[in-house]
Write a protein that binds this ligand. Structure first.
Ligand code: Q46
Ligand code: ZN
Ligand code: ZN
Length: 314
């Protein structure tokens, strides 16, 4: 197996590109593909301040590293979700990366700052964990970016993630989600710009990138993810990709080129009726935003349960 670029010994095959690469040229491929996407979709420029949403996993740490390597002004934001040992370990990975690179990591901890964690808060609010988690993340990333004067929030969604989400949304024809499944969402009042610079790179490549760059990342999956539909969509696409390399890329980039704009038309006006949340000031579709309602339910229901338990014990 020889590197396509230098003919030296290759360390990885990328079937989607029908090519093998040595370590040096694989890392260059990752940087080039990231730079290409940033340019192609006008994600941000050299003067923009970028905030990377860091989970401690391979994708977000690889993204942070790639953006630093490409010379961007980029800080990280880690959100403590209170998911037991998983959150403890993922936080450690994010901190270790920041320390090793001399980079700035902002942290927000849900249990200490908002009084709930994802496992118990989602139960109390009667939402599935990933829905409560997604809502919390969106709100707190937006808030941190606006408070900190960042121009853009970057997330580590890779090609496998985006193809799987697209697959799921297309299977059920969720047109409002299809309209918004773009690698760039422009800023709107109360919302920062959001970008996904890894959409030309796959999950396996991101793991290889971290190994080759000596980046320690959390390998275990979030325990709340077990059995969710997204994993099933990923597995289904992996089977197809195995037989026809390049399918995920063609599916996702074909959607962007030929289909996404058709869904956008019907949903452009959805966002115009937003008011301001009376509690936190974020954009909201009613008097109180969805996040503040989640916090209220997640904390209010948790209190009496704890008191009842104590009362029973006493
Ligand atoms: S962290 Fe949160 Fe994910 Fe865990 S609870 Fe679900 S959404 S699976 S990316
Ligand atoms: Zn090479
Ligand atoms: Zn609010």
């Amino acid at each position: 197996m020889k590197c396509r670029v230098c003919r030296g010994p290759a360390v990885i095959d990328v079937r989607r590109h029908n090519a093998n690469f040595c370590a040096e040229h694989f890392l260059r491929l990752c940087r080039d593909q990231t730079a290409k996407v940033i340019d192609e979709f006008a994600m941000f420029g050299p003067d923009d301040r970028v905030l990377v949403a860091v989970s401690g996993g391979k994708d977000s740490l690889a993204l942070w590293d790639l953006l630093l390597e490409l010379g961007y002004a980029v800080d990280g934001l880690y959100l403590g979700l209170g998911i037991g040992g998983y959150s403890d370990r993922s936080g450690e990975m994010a901190r270790a990366f920041a320390t090793a690179r001399g980079a700035t990591l902002l942290e927000v901890d849900l249990p200490t700052e908002y009084g709930y964690d994802i496992p118990s808060g989602s139960r109390a609010a009667r939402r599935v964990p990933c829905s409560a988690c997604g809502l919390s993340k969106r709100h707190l990333f937006d808030k941190a970016a606006l408070d900190g004067g960042y121009d853009v929030v970057a997330t580590g969604h890779n090609l496998d993630d985006e193809a799987a989400v697209l697959f799921g949304n297309a299977l059920t024809w969720k047109t409002e989600y299809l309209a918004r499944q773009l690698p760039v969402l422009p800023a709107r009042p109360g919302f920062p710009r959001k970008v996904k610079p890894l959409v030309r790179l796959g999950e396996r490549e991101m793991a290889a990138y971290c190994v080759l760059r000596g980046i320690d990342y959390i390998v275990e999956e979030c325990p709340m993810a077990a059995g969710n539909k997204h994993l099933g969509y990923k597995e289904a696409l992996n089977l197809i990709e195995e037989r026809s390399p390049g399918t995920k890329r063609d599916f996702y980039f074909g959607f962007l080129a030929r289909a996404a704009s058709r869904f956008a038309e019907g949903h452009a006006e959805d966002q115009q009726d937003l008011t301001t949340c009376e509690r936190c000031g974020a954009p909201a579709s009613s008097e109180v935003c969805a996040f503040c309602r989640l916090v209220e339910k997640a904390t209010r229901t948790a209190e009496p349960v704890a008191i009842t338990r104590k009362a029973q014990a006493g």
